[in-house]
Design a protein around this ligand. Structure first.
Ligand code: CP
Length: 293
């Protein structure tokens, strides 16, 4: 793998092999060390999980991680993302991990000769989140084929929903969307199911955060109203299938898309997803760096 920009670029075997390697790390397999390698983590948008778990993965692989602070960099003097990346290429970075607010920011970086791992692009995609989600599903069910997965919430602004829909469909799962009709992507009407149907019939219920920061048009929104209509609350939890799991990329809006007391419920895999994120990012970085040797 030379870059990881979207999950669409990965075939089924590549996805399964990244998952198997991440699961092996989780089961205690010692990682190969890359002490002579450097990764620069460029986060132009806020992040806790993605950024910290990349740093943890880099530490466990023996990589030297160079933090990048956009606020104190020459980006503030107007330097473009392309020139920033070419600068890091010139000084010898081996991999760039980039989160940026522009959807498909990487389209401008075709002439950068350093592998890029997309840490999230605007409302476009979030491939490392997708892969850790896939790992979490595979860890629980041992398969994708035939699983019913519902992704519910702010679909149109979600890079997680777009990546997961593509990958899970490729792997043989039945993927549905739910949540407010006005937040659905046009063209996916046939995949829409009512939220209560999603709760009662799906093996994986993936809840998404309401992304207030991406709702540029003023809208009326009530937390209580959303929770009553589209939130997972204790009454709905009781109606889930016995083996079903709850996922959420986090951060969670407690008592909006999920009642606070359910965030750590037995069926919840929200914190397992975060833990799996470290192993999956180790697997991704190892895969890219071994190609460079
Ligand atoms: N899930 C996720 O991408 O979280 P962060 O924004 O905290 O990285």
């Amino acid at each position: 793998m030379n870059n990881l920009l979207t999950v669409e670029s990965l075939d089924e075997n590549e996805i399964l092999s990244l998952i198997e390697r991440a699961l092996a790390f989780k089961q205690g397999e010692a990682p190969r060390k890359f002490q002579d390698k450097t990764v620069v983590n460029l986060f132009f948008e806020n992040s806790t999980r993605t950024r910290m778990s990349f740093e943890m993965a880099e530490f466990r692989l023996g990589i030297h991680a160079i933090p990048f602070d956009a606020d104190t960099s020459s980006v503030q003097k107007g330097e473009s993302l392309y020139d920033t990346c070419k600068t890091l290429e010139a000084i010898g970075a081996d991999v760039l991990v980039i989160r940026h607010g522009d959807t498909r920011y990487f389209d401008t970086l075709g002439d950068v000769n350093v592998p890029i791992v997309n840490g999230g692009d605007g409302s476009g995609s979030h491939p490392t989140q997708c892969l850790l989600d896939l790992m979490t599903i595979y860890e629980n069910f041992g398969r994708f084929k035939g699983l019913r997965v519902a992704i519910s919430g702010d679909i149109s602004h979600s890079r997680v929903a777009h990546s997961n829909y593509q990958a899970l469909t490729k792997l043989g799962a039945e993927v549905y969307f739910s949540g407010p009709r006005e937040w659905q992507d046009p063209g996916f009407e046939e995949a829409y199911i009512d939220f209560d149907e999603a709760v009662e019939t799906c093996d994986v219920l993936m809840l998404l955060r309401v992304q207030h920061e991406r709702h540029f048009v003023q809208m009326t929104f009530s937390k209580e109203g959303y929770n009553a209509e589209y939130g997972l609350n204790p009454a709905r939890y009781e109606k889930m299938k016995d083996e079903a799991i709850i996922m959420h990329p986090a951060p969670v809006n407690r008592d909006v898309e999920i009642s606070s007391e359910l965030v750590e419920a037995e069926k919840s895999r929200i914190f397992s997803q975060m833990q799996n994120g470290v192993y999956m990012r180790m697997s991704i970085l190892e895969n890219i760096l071994k190609e460079k040797n």
